[in-house]
Design a protein around this ligand. Structure first.
Ligand SMILES: [Mn+2]
Length: 362
């Protein structure tokens, strides 16, 4: 019988023995790994601690490219082997480094060269035995979040309170700096149609390579799901736009990084029908699970068992649909103790593990 796989999402700075052991102790069997360091902007900003979700002020999440060596084939193999030694299967790499594809997102002069680099990364990831790459085709990325004591018992978490209209400075994309010496000024505003065209250009360049390499590319929806953020258009900010993404370039390698938190934040749509539609069709490579209260333009993140999403129903539905891919907790509120991030994640892992046991193993 098909079984949901419980995974754990590793930020780059957690790729060490302590991190591996923590995930395994939580019951994880699979790993989703971030190679980009979203927390490296140094001392000048104080709102981007490694023990919370990256929030980012004007300077976003810091500089892109700091951990670029990790994308080399030998590093990918080493990480996969380290995880395996701890009983964890490396299932996916999540997100490209902005330094490797800013001109793909911006349709800039380096686009062809960067597409070749992405093709090489996809080949290396496949050769290293890693079956999935998650990505988020977005110029603004995850921007405009606020932090507050939004969850049960006054637990700190993130949310959205209206949109973010601040323009993006040149030299920044996806919340990170790729060029410190960029001319002053702001990124030009473009249409949503133009951004879809850029996505299609990207998919047509990389999907044939991905098919050959045995890698699925898995698209994350736009979080937060506004039509525009920081004056840049978004792609997947309503439920039906996921289908549009799939239809743009049909391929077994064109798949979804199914973020249930982001889908739940959307103003339209029935999330359970969206799960049936895409999970049922085998289009979901892996799932981000978290809970929220509210939808755009105002919502906040909460513990898995207290939000608008019926997580018990979700796990039951995934089981009924025969889903045998990976589920990871996306993010969780911080808990009051010496290790707030770890406590929040351990709670989420235990909650999902228990549901899985009750529904699948009883
Ligand atoms: Mn997500």
């Amino acid at each position: 019988m098909a079984q949901i796989k419980l995974g754990f999402g590793f930020y780059q700075h957690m790729l060490n023995d302590d991190g591996y052991r923590f995930a395994r102790q939580c019951g994880a069997t699979h790993a989703v790994v971030h190679l980009v360091d979203y927390f490296n902007q140094g001392k000048q900003l104080k709102n981007n601690h490694r023990d919370n979700q990256p929030i980012g002020g004007r300077d976003g999440w810091g500089h892109a490219g700091a951990t670029r060596q990790l994308w080399q084939y030998d590093s990918l193999v080493r990480i996969r082997e380290e995880l395996a030694a701890h009983g964890l299967t490396l299932y996916a790499i999540e997100n490209f480094d902005p330094l490797d594809w800013y001109d793909v997102l911006l349709a800039g002069p380096g686009r062809e060269r960067q597409l070749e680099r992405l093709q090489q990364i996809i080949r290396d990831v496949g050769r290293a035995g890693i079956p999935v790459i998650g990505y988020n085709f977005s110029i603004a990325g995850v921007a405009g979040r606020v932090s507050g004591t939004f969850a049960r018992g006054g637990a700190r978490s993130v949310g959205v309170d209206g949109g973010d209209p601040r323009p993006i400075p040149r030299g920044m994309v996806w919340n990170m700096w790729y060029d410190d010496n960029a001319a002053d000024g702001e990124l030009p505003e473009i249409s949503e149609q133009e951004l879809w065209a850029r996505l299609e250009y990207f998919l047509r360049a990389v999907l044939p390579v991905a098919e050959e390499a045995g890698v699925r590319l898995a698209a994350h929806p736009d979080d937060p799901p506004f039509p525009t953020v920081r004056r840049q258009p978004r792609l997947v900010y309503t439920h039906d736009r996921y289908q549009r993404l799939l239809d743009l370039a049909p391929s077994p390698a064109n798949s979804l990084e199914f973020c249930l938190g982001t889908l739940q934040e959307m103003a339209d749509g029935d999330i359970y029908r969206t799960i049936e539609r895409h999970v049922g069709a085998g289009q979901v490579a892996y799932i981000h699970l978290r809970n929220v209260v509210g939808t755009v333009p105002r919502y906040h993140e909460v513990f898995l068992d207290e939000g608008d999403l019926d997580v018990v129903r979700v796990i039951r539905l995934l089981d009924q649909l025969g889903y045998d891919g990976v589920v990871i907790p996306d993010h969780t509120p911080l808990m009051e103790c010496a290790a707030p991030w770890h406590a929040g994640m351990a709670f989420a892992m235990g909650y999902i593990r228990a549901l899985k046991q009750i529904i699948q193993e009883s």
